[in-house]
Design a protein around this ligand. Structure first.
Ligand code: MRU
Length: 345
């Protein structure tokens, strides 16, 4: 199945916290259960969060207890439910712009439909959410083709976190590019950084690539610089959670890789759909999510640090545009010095 789907009036998704040990599909029948799934990273990755946001509003529409039988007041109360759910969903994870984008797109579709009927509004919300999910797959396919042309036969590509099919509805962005290059007959091997503290690289990227039979080597995050210095990395490709005029937000550790890539003259690519661009904000307007200290202090029941140790645990960092060779989108490859400004209009 795809990373996230709508089935029988509920959202179904692959629980990514259990991978690679267990492949389990979970059901979200209410908005609070979806918010829990987003907050605990059962569903994660910017494009997948866009779909989750859209489906979340559709779920709010389907679970609202207001019905058509009553008056205009009833529709207003229904819309009030939708807006309240929209705000709650958006607040679960503030950095990836796709989440708010997906939520706002479905709310706008309902409003613009002009309907005053609850049953019709439910249909509009669901159709828009399904469209977001379908478009994500198509966009990633186009993006992947554009990116594949940048890879050369024999390349070893370093990636960070997971920008694969599980971070999207399907296909993937950074990993989609690698898949498309392999499908085009190029021999590509991947170096996957483990991505502490939640290990999306070791748990998810490595798992996805092994399933596809694409050679992948897992490294500690701190091994990247040494590999670059030894000439073992040809390119870096990562995904993005938000792209502003001045920086690219992505998983914590991305900035470090960009500095290392610059130092060693290695092309540094970001693969992301246009929905990840933020035309309004700049770096310091964006909230970087600070996560639970226990993600660093322990793994399960095993303590990695003394209980109560002070912790700083930002989920994302910002990479200045100057460190980026190009951004690969569904509409083509954007080089920061040329078409950069137009991408934000
Ligand atoms: O905290 P996560 O796992 O949601 O972070 C995910 C990332 O940082 C990805 O690189 C990004 O969302 C791009 S996914 C195509």
């Amino acid at each position: 199945m795809r990373t996230i789907e709508w089935n029988n009036n509920m959202i179904t998704l692959i629980d990514q916290t259990l991978l690679p040990g267990e492949y389990r599909i979970i059901e979200c029948k209410t908005v609070p259960s979806l918010c829990e799934a987003i907050g605990s990273l059962r569903i994660r990755g910017a494009p997948a969060l866009g779909a989750a946001g859209g489906y979340g509003v559709a779920l709010a529409a389907h679970t609202s207890t207001h019905t058509n039988t009553t008056t205009t007041t009833s529709f207003e109360r229904f819309m009030h439910d939708l807006h309240a759910a929209a705000e709650t969903i958006k607040q679960t994870r503030p950095t990836a712009i796709n989440l708010a984008w997906g939520v706002d797109r479905v709310i706008a579709a309902v409003r613009e439909s002009g309907t005053g009927r609850i049953d019709e509004a439910r249909g509009v919300a669901l159709r828009e959410a399904v469209a977001i999910a379908k478009e994500d797959v198509q966009r990633n396919k186009r993006l992947s083709k554009h990116g594949a042309a940048l890879l050369e036969d024999g390349d070893t590509v370093l990636t960070h976190c997971n920008a694969g099919r599980l971070a999207c509805v399907d296909v993937g962005t950074a990993i989609g590019v690698i898949r498309a290059a392999v499908a085009a007959g190029k021999e590509i091997s991947v170096v996957s950084c483990e991505t502490r503290p939640l290990n999306q690289g070791s748990r998810i990227t490595t798992w996805e690539l092994m399933q596809d039979g694409i050679p992948v080597t897992l490294i500690a995050d701190s091994a990247a610089g040494s590999m670059m210095r030894k000439g073992l990395i040809d390119r870096v490709i990562v995904g993005a959670d938000r792209i502003t005029r001045d920086v690219v937000f992505n998983k914590i550790g991305t900035y470090t890789h960009s500095v290392l890539a610059k130092e060693h003259d290695i092309p540094f690519y970001v693969a992301a759909p246009i929905s990840t661009f933020d035309p309004v904000r700049l770096e310091y307007d964006v909230v970087i999510e600070e996560r639970d200290p226990d993600e660093l202090r322990r793994i399960g029941d095993v303590m990695l640090a003394p209980a109560g140790a002070m912790v700083h645990n930002p989920a994302f960092d910002a990479t200045p545009v100057e460190n980026i060779t190009a951004v690969i989108t569904e509409d083509g490859v954007i080089y920061p010095n040329e078409s950069w400004k137009n991408s934000f209009s």
